[in-house]
Write a protein that binds this ligand. Structure first.
Ligand code: NAG
Ligand code: NAG
Ligand code: NAG
Length: 413
């Protein structure tokens, strides 16, 4: 049944389900008749389609479950890295789309256009996102990961193609993104556009906890073990001319995601070669490469402030692994949570919803988002499998198992 949006809006308004439905803008496709006002937040990911990249936005209900709301044109094209065989995780990355709760903004890469798009987030209806300025050049090729600073006033991108490295922008709520002087820095990798990987490709960009360093992870090409490249960030946001290359601890091979270990000058980095690496950047000597038995490719990670543990996803086994890192940076596996076989669990993020942490995992193999409730350390429960394919198709949005990418959450403050 084909119902006009205006008819739908008046129907829903009459039913009291919503007070008003925003009018369909060019490039926005509604995926539900149940857009609720005052959602707790939203989860976003991208279609990363070579024809047109779209942001898919799902509202987070008060119990932490999701409601697929809308798809919004990202303003550019996606792409797929060169790999054999071709599979999910087109960008070999974490952080292809990022929200800043403080800044109330959302940014995505358009890897096939070498651009970045910025959106404002309506805090009352967080799936209602509006373009902020025009997409800007990433000043490199194959942009695949983004990082906001802590207050959302700056954004940095990691480019992974022939022209690779980082670049940063100021974030203005009226004008959008403006490239900052002295932040365009090369990694000098011998890469292609689109990037060839996963071995030898760039992975993820983050700020250190104190904001004084910018880090980019690069997977190795065995026997070369890859690195985390670290730039110093000056008070004006500019970057040191050169980066310091920090090799993984012995046994580490393919640094992928980086998740800050709170209160320590350290990060947990997933490593599809064996499990994960702990990088200790302090003068201590507590780095370690940790094996996850039976793992296939552990590539994505997030931290839960409520349980104090890290949650890692493996695209091959579709298992979520919970990891504890103690005060001495000694890591141990707490528990593993198998998801649907073949789900190809990739990007994930964690949000605190009404006092409880919820984990959102993009599963392109099943074209779903898997939702886990992190009730306590060692006690995560699967609570929802949100179908993407059906609603996307009904709304005329192209999705593809091999292209879907990214996961980031926004919670109303
Ligand atoms: C870059 O990589 C290509 C493909 O592996 C190789 O043929 C070429 O020699 C490399 N160039 C340099 C400068 O290392
Ligand atoms: C760090 O610890 C390892 C293993 O305990 C040891 O082999 C190495 O010499 C130490 N390095 C430093 C710089 O203390
Ligand atoms: C991961 O799974 C793929 C597909 O099943 C397989 O080809 C590959 O060898 C596995 N890799 C590891 C490290 O187990």
């Amino acid at each position: 049944m084909q119902l006009s949006l205006a008819a739908l809006a008046s129907l829903l308004t009459a039913s009291g389900l919503v007070s008003a439905l925003p009018l369909e803008r060019r490039g926005t496709k509604m995926m539900t008749s149940k857009t609720r006002l005052n959602a707790a937040g939203a989860a976003y990911f991208i279609t990363n389609e070579p024809g047109e990249n779209m942001v898919i936005a799902a509202s987070i209900n008060s119990d932490g479950t999701l409601n697929l709301d809308r798809a919004v044109a990202a303003g550019g094209r996606g792409s797929h890295g060169i790999t054999d065989p071709v599979g999910p995780d087109a960008l070999f990355s974490q952080g292809a789309i990022k929200a800043s709760a403080k800044g109330q903004v959302l940014a995505t890469v358009n890897s096939g256009s070498n651009t970045i798009s910025l959106f404002s987030i309506d805090p009352k209806t967080p799936t209602n996102i509006q373009p902020l300025g025009d997409p800007v050049s990433s000043e490199g090729e194959f942009p695949m990961s983004l990082a906001f600073n802590s207050d959302g006033s700056r954004l940095c991108v990691l480019n992974g193609g022939t022209v690779n490295g980082v670049n940063c922008y100021t974030v203005d709520k009226k004008n959008g993104l403006t490239a900052m002087p002295n932040t365009l820095r090369s990694l000098g990798l011998n890469q292609t556009t689109p990037a060839t990987g996963p071995a030898g490709s760039t992975s993820h960009i983050i700020f250190s906890e104190d904001g004084k360093q910018l880090m980019a992870s690069v997977k190795g090409v065995p026997p070369n073990p890859g690195m985390i490249a670290v730039w110093d960030v000056a008070d004006d946001g500019s970057l040191s001319a050169d980066f310091k290359a920090v090799a993984p601890p012995s046994g580490g091979l393919l640094p992928f995601s980086m998740t800050v270990i709170p209160g320590k000058n350290a990060v947990l980095s997933t490593d599809p070669g064996l499990g994960f690496d702990v990088f200790d950047f302090s003068s201590g000597n507590s780095s370690s490469a940790v094996k996850i038995d039976g793992q296939n490719a552990t590539c994505w990670s997030s931290f839960s402030t409520k349980t104090g543990n890290f949650y890692l996803t493996d695209i091959g086994t579709a298992i979520v692994t919970e990891v504890n890192v103690d005060d001495n940076l000694k890591a141990s596996i707490v528990k593993q949570y198998p998801q649907t076989k073949g789900a190809a669990t990739i990007d994930n993020d964690i949000a605190t919803v009404n006092g409880k942490d919820m984990m959102y995992v993009l599963a392109p193999g099943t074209q779903t988002v898997e939702v886990l409730s992190l009730d306590a350390p060692g006690n995560a429960k699967h609570v929802q499998s949100l179908s993407i394919a059906g609603p996307a198709k009904a709304a005329g949005v192209t999705t593809n198992t091999n292209n879907l990418q990214g996961m980031t959450v926004f919670i109303r403050q």
